[in-house]
Design a protein around this ligand. Structure first.
Ligand code: ACO
Length: 427
């Protein structure tokens, strides 16, 4: 089979090499297109554009497949832990017990925040959106660790950035939550394990222990969110990182991209939507009609995905976890009934079926977070904590690739042609 595609532009012809990925997916290498023909490509929303080669995550949206470093998400969710998955994303292989212990010890060594950062956290209004707090404080860490401003970073520094951010961002999130509740922040005890330590910092009460099964459920949620190849926030991380901006600024940009309601912000919006339906008497069919109405900007939050056009494998696992957690905590949540009703109705409705709109990762995660006592405004923060190792792995892969270039897309200009400046008196 030919390994080039031939593009005929009349007076200009070019052979475009065909690139084949390890799962057989095909792409056209257009690196020489502009230089040789003067043409660029136009691809709104990068729907057809591969921005890089990557060995971290594979997903097949048609078949509902998601694998980190080759391992199916279902197996990792069942058998692994969030820190082991973080190691896997970073290094490409599952760790030996000794390697994992060493990795965890490294994270443990960053169990505190600089005093300047806690002072900064104390200054935010109690009702500040926690994503604003996460983004600003993550960027501010660069002011406290100037050694990370030098470029290029050494391997040791890159390792340290990975461990330090995994440890410190969860402390920032829990610290601000306690402050917003008028409670004294709690110290991190990383020996509890990532998720239990986080829940302990959030919800510590004298004489009450965080349940292991609950911590495990949160760990699974973090695993499911850990990476998703070149989505909006990971691409943002790569674009910012491509300028060799420092790692804190780079991840802060990823947090901002995730915040949007069409991306990670959807989990907060799903719960708000379910509450709105509940307040309106629970008539979810009315909301389905709104979502279908092209004159109404309302969308069914937690439904649809740019890549998954069959089902989102993460949603399947989360739905199961949702049942387990609600039963374990003995919670009857009417919002869950509304969610189930919406799903069943939508999956039998031609509008949603014909457009391949299925529940995505955000549809049921909010109900679990709510059951765990996480406030709605913090749902996207939970996504940040889960996605962090993925962003860091994407950043590391890019910075270690000698062929990577600063991201600088082109455009097709559609504005005014050259014209002369006119003084105020003539306007
Ligand atoms: N409710 C109603 N209609 C929808 C929805 C929805 N949730 N999602 C897509 N559609 C419709 C669109 O109106 C469009 O219809 P048309 O062909 O008649 O014009 C068609 O389905 C295709 O939608 P696009 O917006 O072109 O699909 P795209 O791939 O660009 O968007 C997205 C994907 C942003 C996720 C979209 O489905 C959406 O807005 N979903 C709701 C928000 C959400 O849940 N986001 C979280 C995604 S997962 C994540 O980021 C972690």
């Amino acid at each position: 089979m030919t390994d080039v595609a031939k593009l005929d532009l009349g007076d200009k012809k070019i052979d475009l090499p065909i690139i084949t990925g390890s799962e057989g997916e095909k792409g056209l290498d257009i690196s020489a297109l502009r230089k040789e023909t003067g043409y660029i490509t136009l691809d709104n929303g990068f729907v057809n554009t591969g921005s890089c080669k990557s060995a971290i995550t594979f997903l097949d949206g048609e078949k509902g497949i998601l694998r980190y470093r080759g391992y199916p998400i279902e197996q990792l969710a069942e058998k692994s832990s969030f820190l082991e998955v973080s190691y896997l994303l970073k290094f490409g292989e599952l760790p030996s017990k000794k390697d994992l212990d060493f990795f965890e010890e490294k994270i443990t060594s960053f169990a505190t925040l600089p005093e300047g950062i806690t002072n900064m956290l104390d200054q935010f209004p109690k009702d500040a959106h926690p994503m604003a707090v996460m983004s600003a404080t993550t960027a501010a860490l660069a002011g406290f660790y100037p050694e990370f401003l030098k470029t290029p970073l050494t391997d040791v520094q890159r390792d340290r950035a990975f461990a330090q951010m995994l440890a410190q961002l969860k402390i920032i999130a829990a610290y601000f939550y306690r402050r917003s509740q008028g409670k004294e922040p709690r110290r991190s005890h990383p020996s509890l394990g990532f998720s239990k330590d986080f829940l302990n910092m959030m919800f510590f009460e004298e004489g009450k222990e965080i349940d292991d099964e609950v911590a495990k459920a949160l760990d699974i949620l973090f695993i499911l969110h850990a990476d998703h190849e070149q989505n909006c926030s990971a691409s943002t991380v790569r674009v910012i990182g491509s300028s060799q901006a420092n790692v804190f600024a780079t991840i802060s940009g990823g947090i901002d991209a995730l915040w949007g309601p069409l991306h990670g912000g959807a989990n907060q919006k799903v719960l708000e939507m379910l509450e709105e339906i509940q307040a309106a008497g629970g008539d979810y069919k009315k909301f389905l009609e709104k979502a279908k109405d092209k004159n109404d900007s309302f969308r069914l939050m937690g439904f649809g995905h740019r890549v998954y056009k069959n089902f989102d494998p993460r949603a399947t696992i989360i739905k199961k976890q949702c049942d387990i957690i609600l039963e374990k905590l003995n919670i009857q949540d009417p919002l869950l009934d509304i969610a189930r009703g919406l799903e069943t109705e939508a999956r039998n409705d031609d509008y949603f079926v014909s457009r391949n709109l299925y529940p995505n990762v955000d549809f049921y995660s909010g109900i679990i977070y709510k059951a765990l006592g996480i406030p709605t405004e913090m749902f996207t923060v939970m996504f940040v904590l889960g996605r962090l190792p993925g962003w860091l792995a994407q950043w590391k892969e890019m910075r270690e690739d000698a062929s990577s270039k600063i991201a600088r897309p082109r455009q097709i200009y559609t504005g005014a042609n050259e014209r002369n400046y006119t003084p105020f008196s003539e306007r």
